[in-house]
Each structure stands twice: as structure tokens, then as C-alpha cells.
Design a protein around this ligand. Structure first.
Ligand SMILES: NC(=O)c1ccc[n+]([C@@H]2O[C@H](COP(=O)([O-])OP(=O)(O)OC[C@H]3O[C@@H](n4cnc5c(N)ncnc54)[C@H](OP(=O)(O)O)[C@@H]3O)[C@@H](O)[C@H]2O)c1
Length: 335
């Protein structure tokens, strides 16, 4: 397992981060324990969850299964949403968002569920249009100074939102975001237009979520066939949205590299994300111990330039203005 700095910080994280979103949902606690133990056995140290995953059960489970192992782990969680929203239940007005009130209440709940007195990486789950970013950065800075939180990160931000947050931190000398957690895979490459160049320029570590496209890039989905019944894409009705010509062309390219390399489709898809510039660690998911075993086989897998190029070509997005116009300028990043 390779360890990399999280952005410009001195914190070392494993090249793969175990995503714990399924814990307490489609992955029961005994399987979560097996998945975690194997991940740790192979050198993993980085875990990602959120206050809302399985309405808090993911954090609860992590708290129990990491007992006695806490010191060597880098635990990341998130704040902003309220699980009631996803369950269609009412939410009290101050029990959601990035206000001082909600963040201060929620950090205590996460600490309790995780059975720890500090969170290594506290991430805001998305932008909040109803709270000034100055208020959010100030309360996050307070938590860092209090030692409840060690590093802070953003998730699902646009480039202007992240840049504005950094500007507020600079202006008031608050702790700054050290990482961005965006959706990124061979089938979701939009962040290459603005966010990745921005993160590289500003020393922000990119830690992609859904590197397997939620399972699409694992070889179990086939054009013209129904998805397996126990798969997430079938259950969450996401399947229809992913079925298009570009995604199947991409999947075929991944399958071809996998065949030539004697690797699984998932391993090749993970390796591609892992080798993209600016990426500190890749947050993968596994519903079962078998999937976990297969995905951990991506540790140390390095694709060659021609393979990276073939995958990038098959999955290329059309460049958009003004990035397209700037692409011809000397020194512009390759799209
Ligand atoms: N910040 C955010 O907004 C956000 C959003 C989403 C996720 N995340 C984070 O990112 C983590 C990973 O997200 P993700 O679960 O969407 O990532 P992913 O790695 O793209 O997808 C994981 C899913 O794909 C399927 N799968 C995984 N390995 C497989 C294999 N070897 N063979 C066959 N199927 C396989 C499983 O689903 P099935 O077996 O059920 O099909 C599994 O739950 C989450 O745990 C969470 O920590 C963050």
C-alpha cells in the first residue's frame, strides 16, 4: 500500500480509502468488520463515512469495529445533511445545513457515534446557499482549535465555491480546506475541467467518491441485459441513467485492459482514478467481503501510459467553453 500526503498537509493516507456508506444499510455489521479488518491488514489507514449514512448507523458501526485501533486510523466524516430528509420525514429548521448551530450540535453526535474525541478529517457534505461561508469557516476553525477536528475538507463543491472558501480562510486566518471529495470515475469526469486544475494549483488533495461508478465499472452490467437484482443500480433505479453509448464504450475499454492485464474490471477502473494527477486517495465501496477482496487487488496496480490513454480516449468528454478555448494556450492542462 502506498501512502500519500493529503493535499499539501503532512497527513499520510493510504492510496485506497474504505468508503463506509453501505455499513448498516446493505452491509451488516459482521461483514463490515471483515471488510475493515482485511483493509487494515493490507495497510489501509483511511476511512470515510458521514453523519447521514444509514441514519447514523454507519458511524455507529465504525465506532464499534475500530475500538482499540483508533490511533493508527485516519477517520473522515461529514456534516450538512439530515437523514430525515432522505426518509421523507420533517426536519427541524436548525437541524440541517452549515450554520454554527447545526455544525456544533452535529460534531458532538458524530464524536459520540464514532466513540472518539477527535475527527481526523471533517468534511462539509455540500455547499449551503442559506449560510454565509464566513460563518461556516469560522466554526470549522473553532473546531480545529479545540482539537475536535484535525483537518477540514469540502465535498461536492463547484470551483468557485471552493475558491471562495479558501479566500475566506486566507482573509481571516481560519483553517483552510485541505481536501475535496468529488464524484470522479471514468464515467464521471466533469471535475477535470475546473476542479482538478484548481485543487492542484491550491494544494487541495482530491479524494474521489464512486470510483467504480457505483458498481457500473465492475463487469457485472451488460448492454441490453437487466442488472443483477441484488445490485445497487437495480435497487436505486439508477440503471437507466447510466445506460448510454459513451458509458458502454468506456466499460468496453476497461474490460479490454482488464483482459489484457489478467485483472478484474473493478481493479482497472480503480487504478485509473488512482493514477490521475491531484488524487490523494480513492474512496471505494464494497457491499461484501468478496467485493472488498477484489477491489483491494488494485493496490499497487499501475497502468501503463498507453492503457491510461486508451481509457481516457474512450471516456472523453467534449471540452466546454472557456476551457476549450484555453486548451490551445501554452501550458494549458490536457483534457
Ligand atoms: N461525498 C459524497 O457525496 C459521497 C457520495 C457517495 C459516496 N461517497 C463515499 O464514497 C464511498 C464509495 O462510494 P460508492 O459506494 O458509490 O463507490 P463505488 O466504489 O463506485 O461503488 C461501490 C459499489 O459497487 C458495487 N461493487 C463494488 N465492488 C464490486 C466488485 N468488485 N464487483 C461487483 N460489484 C462491486 C457494490 O454495490 P452493489 O453490489 O450493491 O451493486 C458497491 O457497494 C462511499 O462509501 C462514501 O464513503 C461520498
Amino acid at each position: 500500500m502506498e501512502y500519500r500526503r493529503l493535499g499539501a498537509t503532512g497527513l499520510k493516507v493510504s492510496e485506497l480509502c474504505l468508503g463506509c456508506m453501505t455499513f448498516g444499510r446493505e452491509t451488516k455489521e459482521s461483514d463490515a468488520r471483515k471488510i475493515l479488518d482485511r483493509f487494515l491488514e493490507l495497510g489501509g489507514n483511511f476511512l470515510d463515512t458521514a453523519n447521514v449514512y444509514a441514519a447514523g448507523a454507519s458511524e455507529d458501526i465504525l465506532g464499534r469495529i475500530t475500538r482499540g485501533k483508533r490511533d493508527s486510523l485516519v477517520i473522515a466524516t461529514k456534516v450538512r445533511f439530515n437523514a430525515n430528509v432522505f426518509a421523507g420525514k420533517p426536519v427541524a429548521p436548525n437541524d440541517i445545513g452549515l450554520s454554527r448551530a447545526h455544525i456544533m450540535a452535529e460534531v458532538e453526535r458524530s464524536l459520540t457515534r464514532l466513540q472518539t474525541d477527535y475527527i481526523d478529517l471533517y468534511q462539509v457534505h455540500s455547499w449551503d446557499f442559506e449560510t454565509p461561508i464566513e460563518e461556516t469557516m469560522r466554526v470549522l476553525d473553532d473546531l480545529v482549535r479545540q482539537g475536535k477536528v484535525r483537518y477540514i475538507g469540502a465535498s461536492n463543491f463547484t470551483a468557485w465555491q471552493l475558491m471562495k472558501s479558501l479566500w475566506v480562510s486566507d482573509k481571516y486566518n481560519y483553517a483552510r480546506f485541505d481536501s475535496l471529495q468529488p464524484q470522479y470515475s471514468l464515467i464521471s469526469r466533469e471535475i477535470e475541467r475546473e476542479l482538478i486544475p484548481m485543487c492542484r494549483a491550491e494544494g487541495i488533495g482530491v479524494i474521489p467518491w464512486s470510483p467504480l461508478g457505483g458498481g457500473f465499472l465492475t463487469g457485472k452490467y451488460h448492454s441490453g441485459q437487466k442488472p443483477p437484482e441484488d445490485s445497487r443500480l437495480a435497487k436505486q433505479d439508477l440503471w437507466g441513467r447510466l445506460q448510454n453509448e459513451r458509458n458502454y464504450r468506456t466499460l468496453e475499454a476497461v474490460e479490454q485492459v482488464a483482459r489484457e492485464r489478467g485483472r478484474s474490471v473493478a481493479q482497472v477502473a480503480l487504478a485509473w482514478v488512482n493514477q490521475q494527477p491531484g488524487v490523494s486517495s480513492v474512496i471505494y465501496g464494497a457491499r461484501t467481503a468478496e467485493q472488498n477482496e477484489q477491489n483491494l487487488g488494485a493496490i499497487g496496480l499501475k497502468l501503463e501510459a498507453a492503457e491510461l490513454e486508451a481509457l481516457a480516449r474512450a471516456s472523453a468528454l467534449a471540452p466546454e467553453y472557456p476551457v476549450a478555448m484555453q486548451a490551445r494556450l501554452p501550458g494549458a492542462p490536457r483534457l
